[in-house]
Structures are given as C-alpha cells and as structure tokens.
Design a protein. Structure first.
Length: 251
C-alpha cells in the first residue's frame, strides 16, 4: 500500500518539501483571491496573461510529476516533448473556462504531491532530466517547484511580494540566482556581485576571466531577489547610487 506520508528522513529534504508546500499554499491563496473576471488581465511575466501563467503553473506540476514518475519506475519521461508543445499546451489551457483552469492547476498539484509522497527513499537520488537538458537527482524537482510557485504567485500581480517570502527562501533564491548565472553567463562577461544590506554574506557569480569591473548591486535580500529574477528594480542600486541594468536571465 502506498504510504500516506513522505518516505523521506533526510532533514534537508523534509525542510525542502515543507517550503515547497508553503509555496503551493501561497500560490493557491493568491489564485483564490483572484476573481474570474481578473483572469484576462496581464501577469507580470512579459507577454503572458494571467490565464497563460495559471495554465503554465498547472502544466509545470504535470511535467514535474512525469520526472518523479521516471525516478520511481526507471522508465524515462520528459518534462515537455518540445518548447513548441509546451507553448501550445499553455495557450490551450488559457482558453479553458476559469473554473476548469482553477481545477487543472489544483489537480495537477495534488497529483505531483502524490508522486513525491509515494517515491521510495532510495529513488530520490535517481537522476532525471530538466527541460534545459541537465541531469539532476529527483530531489531537485522539489526546488524546481518551490521557486516556480512562490515567484509565479508574485507574477499573478494581485498583491504577492517577495517581501512576503520566508527569509530562508529568500536566501535560497539568492544562491539559486548565482548558481544559474554561473551556467548562463559566458567566460569574459561582466561579473555580478549581490550585496544584501540585511545579510552578512554577499554573493559573487565569479565569471572566469571577467573584465575586472564587477556589477555590484545593493538592496535588501528580498529586493535583490526581485531584481535578480527580473521582477523589477525598486530599491536596488549600484554603490554609486545608480539603477542597475537588467539582471542576467533566470532561471
Ligand atoms: Zn515558470
């Protein structure tokens, strides 16, 4: 019989699952607060209406559930067949009646949670492939969902703010930004240093062969996450007091 609770004892993974579930609850709350007639409005993701964003968050849960299923069965599954298929799916989902769209999102999240719950402890180390092509342990799917639900709750643009996030999540997002930029920024590009004014530690991307004039951006940790994830540059500045250029892409 499948377990009714997670098969995990690793305290780090237990904490990660908790943070993901808090994020799922935060996303669901912001979505519940949204009236049906507000679905057609723009989201904070450039080019996407709220409908497209909501469809994306639902289909993202389905895509991750396929990866967790792969970890459980050993039979390879993909997150998405192609970028085109992913985009078509989102556009289709956006045409659904609001109630159906709400249900799609809620059911997909429940299904993903069941996949995680039933994953045997040993299978959490099995490798799966992200949409970007990287092989990662199945444990990574928890973080992939965590950052998605929290940040996209802000993208619904009905009151969600990074300043609402738990401090340990803000710290994890700062580390994720630097981690992602390390893959994305090319050798010789300008280095980036994040200097949170409310934290002891600063975060440096450390580009190999950088030009020697790193872009230093200061602000609270939450405001740096907002800038770094491309969600606005309020309250962040360079040491000279200038507005920083747009952050490198994330995720
Ligand atoms: Zn997303």
């Amino acid at each position: 019989m499948p377990a009714r609770t997670d098969n995990v004892r690793d305290p780090e993974l237990v904490a990660a699952l908790l943070m993901m579930r808090r994020g799922q609850a935060y996303w669901a709350r912001k979505l519940n607060e949204l009236h049906d007639d507000e679905f057609d409005g723009p989201s904070r993701v450039p080019g996407w209406t709220r409908r497209q964003l909501i469809a994306h968050v639902g289909f993202h849960a389905r895509a991750l559930a396929r990866l967790v299923e792969w970890a459980r069965t050993g039979v390879e599954r993909r997150m998405y067949d192609s970028p085109e298929q992913r985009a078509e799916e989102i556009d289709f989902g956006a045409t659904l009646p609001t109630e159906a769209l709400r249900n799609l999102c809620a059911h997909a999240a429940v299904h993903l949670n069941v996949e995680w719950r039933d994953l045997p402890e040993a299978s959490w180390r099995s490798e799966v492939r992200t949409a970007g092509g990287r092989l990662v342990p199945a444990t990574e799917t928890v973080w992939m969902r965590t950052r998605e639900v929290w940040i996209h709750a802000v993208d619904l643009d009905n009151g969600g703010r990074v300043t609402d996030f738990p401090p340990e999540l803000v710290d994890a997002l700062l580390e994720d930004l630097v981690r992602v930029w390390r893959w994305k920024i090319r050798v010789g590009d300008r280095d980036v240093i994040l200097e949170p004014v409310d934290r002891a530690q600063r975060h440096r991307v450390q580009i190999e062969g950088d030009r020697g004039d790193p872009l230093i951006v200061r602000g609270t940790a939450a405001d740096l996450v907002t800038w770094g994830t491309g969600r606005g540059d309020k309250n962040v500045s360079t040491p000279e007091g200038d507005r920083p250029p747009p952050a490198p892409g994330w995720p």
